[in-house]
Design a binder for this molecule. Structure first.
Ligand code: F6R
Length: 247
């Protein structure tokens, strides 16, 4: 695992954008995370598209996860979020941005949707570069603590900590969906390169655990330690536990 500690969030965004741009210019398949952490990176990539001719026209993209119960028009759905914040501002066509359908109700439909997504990723030749954030409890995608390290795309329940953390995007905690569809830890691990971004002091503990702790379902992001090409880009605040505990 390669860990890069940057001075601030702007520098994290530029460092991450350098890595993403290298893949994008080769028409790679990109795995896109939502949440607040990658927003500065997406903004930097949009700037490079507009000002420096960076093209995503040959890229394909797969979202990591989706809330169950939010339709695509809902601004909090990850379908909408990634288009509003990133893909509608670059030259990737909408048909090439794949996402999970969280509007399905029954367990059978959700299981079929998860299986469809696994096949779609495989049919695309796999994800070349997977962008990841990390939850304060160590989740990646919506693989909460306890998720099997070899899990595949599936419906899952959010942890109370994640519901509380994500309530900032909603009018109230009650509005945060309790269930999600998420790529599994095994799915994520099959990407060619994992790029995890973390900024802010509230991520320091999770970053310490994922970089320094044991590989365990208690800290789902610790699976990055098993990956042959994992890059972690941190700002100074998120790096404090990592830097305090040299192995
Ligand atoms: C988002 C996702 C989540 C977030 C994580 C951190 O698609 O899968 O794992 O990356 O919850 O969220 P932020 O960046 O908002 O702190």
């Amino acid at each position: 695992m390669k860990v890069i500690v940057c001075a601030d969030t702007e520098s994290v965004a530029r460092t991450a954008a350098d890595i993403v741009a290298d893949y994008a210019s080769r028409g790679a398949t990109l795995g896109l995370a939502t949440g607040s952490t990658p927003l500065a990176t997406y903004a930097e990539l949009i700037r490079r598209h507009r000002e420096e001719d960076l093209s995503f026209a040959e890229c394909t993209a797969f979202l990591l996860d989706e809330y169950i119960g939010l339709d695509r028009g809902n601004p909090q759905s990850y379908y909408r979020f990634i288009r509003d914040e990133f893909t509608s501002h670059i030259d990737i066509s909408d048909e090439r941005v794949h996402s999970l359908d969280g509007t399905l109700d029954s367990r059978e439909e959700l299981d079929a949707e998860a299986a469809r997504y696994e096949r779609a990723i495989a049919d695309a030749g796999g994800v070349d570069l997977q962008i990841l954030g990390v939850g304060a409890n160590g989740h990646i995608g919506f693989n909460e603590p306890g998720s099997p390290l070899d899990s595949t795309t599936r419906a899952a329940e959010l942890a109370a900590k994640t519901i509380a953390d994500n309530s900032r995007f909603f009018d109230s905690t009650d509005e945060v969906p309790r269930e999600v569809l998420t790529q599994g830890l095994g799915t994520i691990g099959r990407a060619g390169h994992l790029l995890l971004l973390a900024t802010g002091a509230n991520k320091a503990h999770a970053v310490g655990a994922l970089t320094r702790g044991p590989v365990t379902p208690d800290c789902p992001a610790s699976v990055l330690q098993l990956h042959p090409q994992a890059t972690v880009v941190l700002d100074a605040e998120a790096a404090t536990d990592y830097q305090a505990n040299p192995r």
